[in-house]
Design a protein. Structure first.
Length: 250
């Protein structure tokens, strides 16, 4: 298919998928390429759970924010390489809210994890995997793209889906981890010590977008459609409380 024909075809797809707000971006989307040397790590199911619970622990034990606590872990070559939570800059008072609203200058968990790693210089965020308790916002999407992180796992919804859509457009893998299913499984089995993963609910992880070498815009549009559908089912706030509590009570 010629490029012109392809763009025409993709624009039609946006209408078919009810994504006409993206029609104007089709030319730009066909030009995007993955970073050179892109690699995505294969992560075991139990490691996904361990890292997300670790991210929750940072939010629970360190974060002073009252409205929403977020934890983030950067993971590479089978181990966590950095961590972060949302909060004020170091040396600033730990108040994240004023009159119930988040104040300007609160740094998001993802940014804190990336900057902490860059400062330490112990590893590179390139080709690492981000585990974040709440889906990233559009600003953090830019930082994730710049840092060349290859995959993002999230549990709770953020009020806007735009951050996740940006990741998909840029060819970064996106997965949803349903930690409620993990805590339900824990309660049901009351297992001590090592888990029996044979009976584990495999659908606790949903692939929203799996990165491919070629820039398949149609596939990206389908993934954006999918993530918007997941978002439709949840209202901000009630999803947050339900999943946050579930992960903590496990
Ligand atoms: Zn953010």
């Amino acid at each position: 298919m010629s490029e012109e024909k392809n763009i025409k075809y993709l624009k039609k797809i946006t209408e078919k998928l009810d994504l006409s707000d993206l029609t104007d971006q089709i030319e730009m989307l066909t030009q995007i390429h993955r970073p050179k040397d892109f690699t995505e790590e294969n992560i075991r199911m139990d490691d996904m759970i361990i890292q997300m619970e670790y991210a929750y622990n940072w939010a629970k034990r360190r974060c002073y924010a009252k409205r929403r606590k977020v934890g983030a872990i950067l993971y590479k070559n089978g181990r966590p390489i950095s961590s972060g939570f949302n909060g004020t800059k170091s040396g600033y008072p730990n108040n994240c809210e004023k009159d119930g609203s988040t104040i300007a200058g609160v740094i998001h968990a993802e940014k804190n994890a990336i900057v902490k790693l860059l400062k330490a210089g112990t590893d590179s965020p390139k080709n690492s995997t981000l585990f974040v308790t709440t889906a990233n916002c559009p600003n953090c999407a830019e930082e994730i793209i710049l840092a060349e992180i290859s995959a993002v796992y999230f549990t709770e919804m953020y009020r806007s889906v735009v951050g996740l859509e940006e990741l998909i457009k840029n060819g970064i893998s996106v997965y949803h981890l349903n930690m409620k299913k993990v805590s339900d499984f824990d309660k049901k089995t009351e297992s001590e010590g090592l888990y029996d993963y044979k009976n584990f609910p495999k659908d606790f992880v949903t692939t929203i977008y799996k990165s491919k070498e070629e820039n398949n815009v149609e596939e990206k549009l389908n993934a954006i459609k999918r993530v918007r559908e997941i978002y439709k089912d949840y209202k901000d706030g009630d999803f947050h409380d339900k999943f946050y509590d579930a992960a903590f009570l496990a």
